[in-house]
Write a protein that binds this ligand. Sequence first.
Ligand code: CP
Length: 307
Amino acid sequence: MSLQSRHLLGLDGVPKQDIELILDTAVSFKEVLERPIKKVPPLQGKTIANLFFESSTRTRISFELAERRLSADVVSFAAAGSSVSKGETLKDTARNIEAMKIDMVVIRHASAGAAHFLSRVVKANVLNAGDGAHEHPTQALLDMFTLREKYGTLKGLRVCIVGDVLHSRVARSNIFGLTTMGVEVSLCGPATLMPRHIEQLGVRVFNTLDDVIPSVDVLNVLRVQLERQQGGFFPSLREYHRFFGVTKERVDRAGRAITIMHPGPINRDVELSADLADGEHSVILEQVTNGVAVRMAALYLLGTSSK
Ligand code: CP
């Protein structure tokens, strides 16, 4: 069994069987991660470069751990302190990395399309660790893994993605992945942060949380990108919290358990109240744990494929 593509650039167009293959493979790797010795040999002899041109905590550490758990040799690159700060282009950086016989590249970049670009100029397998507001496929895969583990199936589940959908690569990858897997996806956020015609992707749009919360199983709460505050998308963080903050009071009104997800980093008591983030229905830290297993699965399937 192998994936249709030799890269993981996004979930747009990725078939259901490929998503299922990654999630099923991740189940085995999660079991490996629960052993006293959390290491297996499939990527022994492979070299993986992690190119992080933009800051990251969870994704960078998670990919590095996943690579080491699969016995790969790992080199990590951060834009600060590299020749990028001297004006080197992404293409030249990539070609130099290629000259060092790297087998796989994980890239995070502020520009949408950076991972696609790289996949055209290097022979290595490319995994997108987040490119601008475009896609963050492994985040959506780990979100789906977490939900499948909790509910047993994704089909028929009702998930609402809340917040700044316009600038969110997490939202885009989740929309593509979840709709492919038969999830009923809704979106809720300020009209200024909702892409026009987003309904064409098979989602429903709500403008108030109180309208959507009663009819969902899961709220996946997006980070308020504080750097957007100057852009006039919403008047103040206080206003944002008042209308779109996911709070215990709002969720309790549904009268039943609603699973709380967040990709991190959380702005506590802005988009999500601290009591819900740490509460019994939060799976936020499970998402982080599952991220390692899911990234191991993606790396393994791409790194051992003959494509
Ligand atoms: N979820 C996520 O992408 O977090 P980081 O930016 O810390 O990698």
